[in-house]
Design a protein around this ligand. Structure first.
Ligand code: COA
Length: 339
């Protein structure tokens, strides 16, 4: 990528969406064959009925490459036109290189800068903010933000407190530059982080704190460990706070929101937040029943399915909100305006 600030003012606009989910469907009944749980417990506590698992030889980049190709096809864009590929992921192929570099190579985006973002399930919102900043500063024109997760590969499938929650998917959006006078694109962002709760949602081993070679560790140490109750309290609080602060900063009323697409972690968290925000359920799109929590892929996967269901139409004012490991949170309000 090469870009210089040329004084032109412009907006970033989201023009295409796409996703790839693994073929293998794992139902709550399947989970109950592996750990001591029931469909009733999982569904009543989380709203999840089934999730997708990658194959044993698949990683995040495999899903991401296929999703990226779909998005570029929808946009009619050659991969060589991409300036930047941003992959938010909590389950990268490796600690390094960035999964984005592997995907850029696979799809032929040979002119693109490529990097990952580590912001847990908030990664897609952080990625949208980064892509918007690159475009609006004049440094890039075409940015692909693609959440990619193979979370089941880093989940302890014997831990019933976590294994029922997570699933695999890649999903994302293409951002392009539009003239500033168009009333479109991203109206604002509210982003935050509170590392004091960082260890409430953590993969302890494999980094420089507990290097892989200084093991052997319990298998669980290389997997997601979560203090579910603390994360639940955090999530319900920040979802409401983040959306409220953003609406206030934009001097908007909640009634102006046509559609809310929240991070798909837990139906009870979503229900609690929308009732506090005063957003009616018919303006909220959820699909976690079928995919579980796919972390940085969950919001774009839900946006895509909302569009397929006729709930995301051109011009719609859409509120996106996420929260996750870090602990992090973020929200944005955008006008969906495909080309
Ligand atoms: N099946 C059956 N029982 C389970 C279970 C499962 N899959 N998982 C936990 N339990 C048990 C616990 O062992 C505990 O039993 P005990 O009282 O005998 O020790 C009991 O259920 C209650 O556990 P608790 O953790 O208090 O349940 P909860 O009502 O808080 O629900 C979560 C657990 C994980 C569903 C909930 O805390 C949650 O959704 N947290 C947020 C998680 C999240 O969204 N993380 C991702 C953020 S991006």
């Amino acid at each position: 990528m090469i870009g210089v600030r040329n004084g032109a003012r412009r907006r970033a606009r989201l023009v295409a969406l796409g996703a790839e989910v693994p073929e293998r469907v794992v139902t709550n009944a399947d989970m109950a064959k592996v750990v001591d749980t029931t469909d009733e417990w999982i569904y009543s506590r989380t709203g999840i009925k089934e999730r997708r698992f990658v194959a044993d030889d698949e990683a995040a980049s495999d899903l991401a490459a296929r999703a990226a190709e779909k998005i570029l096809t929808e946009a009619g864009m050659d991969p060589l036109e991409l300036d930047t590929l941003i992959i938010p992921t909590a389950s990268p192929d490796h600690l390094f290189p960035a999964t984005a570099t592997l995907v850029a190579d696979r799809i032929g985006a040979h002119r693109a800068a490529a990097f990952d973002i580590l912001a847990g399930c908030t990664g897609f919102i952080y990625g949208l903010a980064q892509g918007t900043a690159l475009i609006e500063s004049g440094l890039a024109s075409n940015v692909l933000v693609l959440g990619a997760e193979a979370l089941t590969r880093i989940t302890d499938q014997t831990d019933r407190r976590t294994c029922v929650l997570f699933g695999d998917a890649a999903a994302g959006a293409l951002l392009v530059g539009a003239p500033e006078d168009e009333v479109t694109g991203f109206l604002g962002f509210e982003l935050g982080a509170d590392g004091s709760g960082g260890l409430d949602l953590v993969v302890p081993a494999g980094g420089s704190r507990m290097p892989a070679q200084s093991g052997p560790y319990e298998p669980a140490q290389s997997c997601i460990q979560m203090n579910g109750r603390e994360v639940f309290k955090f999530a319900t609080r920040v979802m409401v706070d983040s959306c409220t602060k953003l609406l206030e900063a934009l001097e908007m009323h909640v009634d102006e929101i046509d559609l809310l697409v929240p991070h798909q972690a837990n139906q009870r968290i979503i229900d609690h937040a929308i009732s506090r925000l005063g957003i009616p359920p018919e303006k909220v799109f959820n699909n976690l029943e079928r995919y579980g929590n796919t972390s940085s892929a969950s919001i774009p996967l839900a946006m895509l399915e909302a569009r397929e269901a006729g709930l995301l139409a051109p011009g719609d004012v859409t509120l996106l909100v996420g929260f996750g490991a870090g602990l992090t949170w973020g929200s944005t309000i955008m006008r969906y305006e495909p080309t």
